[in-house]
Design a binder for this molecule. Structure first.
Ligand code: ATP
Length: 247
């Protein structure tokens, strides 16, 4: 993990009319970090992502990527949302190649990255299948693979496993860690699931209730793969849960 700052959030405030959602928020995300953002329902997690991609404008403050105002036209941002969005008319392999071809990446690099991602996903044999021939969770894995293949400046994931059952989630979480480690991407991952945040992140950003501030930036330095039954894991999970409680 390098200490080079990738994302700098400074004095970010967002109001919708009289409703102050984000209240003077500042934090840094380092290059190669896997940051999970957790907080009470409605505290503004999605609002933060919308500000980052300029879907909405801040009331005050700014977000910088590599020292420049965040701009999806300039920065290489990639997204994964809760609803899988593989292109149904493309095969698994073509889905993973898609973004790289659009960006006119050299064929040799496209092939090498696609093969690497297919291998990590264990989908080499399904490379010529279409998404409708596969399960919903596999479709989401393809979307995640497609996003990591781009080696984005920043990969934004908003509850990508929200619809998956618990057993499937552990499997997918291990896979996303492999993709992250193989590509060195910087990831911002939003989740309601504290266990998922402690399992995945090397830094957990705990937000308060509205008007939202950063309650704590918690470094999580447990070895990987993480043991959810270990004393330290349980202690951290309980601690983060206690921090986001507002009742
Ligand atoms: N365009 C908008 N206009 C008015 N209010 C909005 C708008 N977008 C979001 N809000 C309000 O801002 C607050 C934060 O919403 P947001 O969806 O960012 O929260 P969240 O933390 O992602 O929520 P959840 O935990 O439910 O996923 C909510 O009270 C929401 O109603």
């Amino acid at each position: 993990m390098s200490d080079q700052v990738k994302v700098k959030v400074r004095n970010l405030t967002k109001c919708f009319g009289d409703l102050k959602v984000l209240d003077n928020i500042s934090f840094d995300i380092n290059k190669g970090d896997f940051v999970c953002i957790v907080g009470p329902t409605g505290c503004g997690k999605t609002t933060f992502l919308n500000l980052l991609v300029k879907l909405i404008e801040p009331t005050e403050g700014q977000i910088l990527i590599d020292g420049e105002p965040a701009d999806p036209q300039k920065h290489n941002l990639s997204f994964v949302f809760q609803e899988p969005s593989a292109f149904p008319w493309l095969t698994v392999e073509q889905n993973i190649r898609f973004g790289l071809e659009t960006k006119k990446v050299e064929e040799k690099v496209i092939k090498q990255r696609t093969d690497e991602i297919l291998e990590i996903l264990g989908l080499e044999k399904a490379r010529n299948a279409y998404p409708h021939e596969l399960s919903t969770s596999t479709e989401q894995r393809i979307v995640i693979g497609r996003s990591f293949a781009l080696h984005p400046d920043l990969l934004l994931m908003d509850e990508p496993y929200g619809q998956m059952d618990i057993k499937m989630r552990y499997y997918l979480e291990d896979e996303v860690i492999k993709l992250w480690q193989a590509t060195g991407s910087t990831v911002i991952f939003i989740t309601h699931n504290v266990e998922e945040a402690v399992y995945l992140s090397n830094k957990c950003l705990i937000l308060s209730q509205k008007p939202t501030t950063v309650k704590e930036e918690l470094k999580i330095e447990l070895p990987r793969p993480r043991d959810i039954a270990s004393e330290e894991f349980i202690r951290l999970r309980e601690y983060v849960t206690s921090q986001i409680k507002w009742w």
